[in-house]
Design a binder for this molecule. Structure first.
Ligand code: AMP
Length: 364
C-alpha cells in the first residue's frame, strides 16, 4: 500500500478528473465536474459509452490493458470509478500513478459478498444471517444452518438480482449452487423486510463526513424502480442509517460517495444488505432536491475539495426509466419532473435509459 499516491493538494479548476467506466453514473459525474470547472477523461471498454458525450477526453480500451491505463492516468490529476467491479489489477495500476479513490480496500470489500458481510458484522452492524458455500456439501450444510427460505448468491459479480436464487430446501440449494457452475457463493437467510432503504453519504479526503437523507426504494424485477424521500423512517432510524454509513466509511478510510443498501425489518431493525463504493442510483434525486448532489460531492471528495451541503430542500420521488419506458421522450418531457436521458444508443429491455425526479415542498 506504500506505493499508493495520496492527494497532497486539491485538484484546482482546470485540472482533470479520470473516471473509469462510461455509463450513466460516469456521465452524471462528468457533468458535475464540469460545473466545478474541472475537466474529465473517461475510460471505457465500449466504443459508444454514454459518458463520452459529455467529457473532454475519452479512451476506449479494455480494463486489462495496462499500457492504456497508464496513458490515461498520466493525463489525470485524480482518478475514480463509476462501477465496483473494476479489476483489482487495474485499480492497483492507477493507484500507483495518481490519487485513486475509493481505495483498493473499499473495492475489494464491495466486490465479494462474503467479505462485505463479514466486514459489516465486524463493525457491530447487522446483516441477514449468512454462510459461505464452496461445495455441494457446503450447500446442504448451509441450508441446515440458515433454514428456509434462503437466498443463494454468488460471492462476486452479482447485481440487480443476477447470480441469485431463492431456495426452500437443501436440494434446491444444492441445485442452485450447481446452476451457478459451483462458483464461490453465500447462503443468506431470506429477510421478510417491511421495505428497502438506502443511505448515500460522502467522506472527504480529510475525513469530513456528510450524509443525505435516506431513501425508500421500490424494486421491480430486481431493478430499482423508484426512490422516495423522505422514507418511512423515524428520526432515530434516520440517524441510525447515517451512523451506519459513517462507521463503514470511517473503517474503510473511504474517500468519495458511497451507498449502503438496507432492509428495514417490520420491527424497525436495520440490516445492511450491500455497500456500493460509488455514487448510487437511489441518490439521483439529490440533483434536484439538494444544494449539492451526490455527483458533485463525489467529485469534490476525490478532488480534495471541501464537501458541499447535503441539505435537502424538497421531498422527492425519482423514477427510473427502464427499457421502453424511455421511448416517448415528448410525453416524459411534459410530465413536469426533472428529466434525465442517458444518451444510450439503443433501448433494450431491462436497460436503465434515464430517470425522472419529481419534487414537492419539504414535509419534514
Ligand atoms: P442484492 O443484489 O443483494 O442487492 O439483491 C437484490 C434484491 O434482492 C434486493 O434489493 C432485495 O429486494 C432482494 N434480496 C436480496 N437478498 C435478500 C434477502 N436475504 N432476503 C430478502 N430479499 C433479498
Amino acid at each position: 500500500m506504500s506505493d499508493v499516491k495520496l492527494l497532497s493538494t486539491p485538484v484546482p479548476p482546470g485540472g482533470t478528473i479520470g473516471i473509469l467506466g462510461g455509463g450513466q453514473l460516469g456521465r452524471m459525474l462528468a457533468m458535475a465536474a464540469a460545473r466545478l470547472g474541472l475537466k474529465v477523461h473517461i475510460y471505457s471498454d465500449v466504443a459508444d459509452a454514454p459518458a463520452f458525450q459529455v467529457c473532454d477526453i475519452h479512451t476506449v480500451a479494455p480494463y486489462e490493458d495496462d499500457a492504456a491505463l497508464k496513458k490515461f492516468t498520466a493525463t489525470c490529476d485524480a482518478v475514480t470509478y463509476e462501477f465496483e467491479n473494476v479489476p483489482s489489477k487495474a485499480a492497483s495500476v492507477l493507484a500507483t500513478i495518481k490519487p485513486t479513490n475509493p481505495n483498493a480496500k473499499a473495492l475489494a470489500v464491495a466486490q465479494d459478498r462474503f467479505d462485505e458481510k463479514s466486514f459489516v458484522t465486524s463493525l457491530g452492524l447487522k446483516t441477514a444471517p449468512f454462510v459461505a458455500v464452496n461445495s455441494p456439501e457446503d450447500a446442504v450444510a448451509a441450508f441446515a444452518k440458515i433454514g428456509g427460505p434462503a437466498v443463494l448468491k454468488t460471492r462476486r459479480l452479482g447485481y440487480d438480482g443476477k447470480g441469485q436464487a431463492k431456495v426452500k430446501s437443501a436440494d434446491e440449494c444444492k441445485a442452485a449452487f450447481a446452476s451457478f457452475k459451483s462458483v464461490p457463493s453465500i447462503l443468506e437467510g431470506f429477510v421478510a423486510f417491511g421495505f428497502e432503504a438506502s443511505i448515500v453519504a460522502v467522506r472527504g479526503a480529510d475525513g469530513q463526513f456528510a450524509a443525505y437523507d435516506p431513501a425508500e426504494n421500490i424494486h421491480e424485477n430486481h431493478i430499482l424502480a423508484r426512490s422516495i424521500v423522505p422514507a418511512r423512517l423515524t428520526a432515530k432510524q434516520v440517524d441510525d442509517t447515517k451512523t451506519i454509513a459513517k462507521k463503514i466509511a470511517g473503517a474503510l478510510d473511504y474517500v468519495g460517495v458511497l451507498g449502503v443498501e438496507l432492509f428495514v425489518q417490520k420491527d424497525g431493525t436495520l440490516l445492511v444488505n450491500e455497500i456500493a463504493p460509488r455514487v448510487h442510483n437511489s441518490g439521483h434525486w439529490t440533483i434536484e432536491a439538494c444544494i449539492v448532489s451526490q455527483f458533485e460531492n463525489h467529485i469534490r471528495a476525490i478532488a480534495g475539495w471541501p464537501l458541499g451541503s447535503t441539505e435537502r430542500h424538497s421531498d422527492a420521488m425519482m423514477e427510473n426509466l427502464i427499457g421502453e419506458q424511455a421511448a416517448d421522450f415528448k410525453a416524459l418531457a411534459a410530465k413536469g419532473g426533472g428529466l434525465h436521458l442517458y444518451g444510450k444508443s439503443e433501448i433494450r429491455a431491462g436497460r436503465k435509459m434515464g430517470h425522472i425526479t419529481y419534487l414537492k415542498p419539504r414535509s419534514n
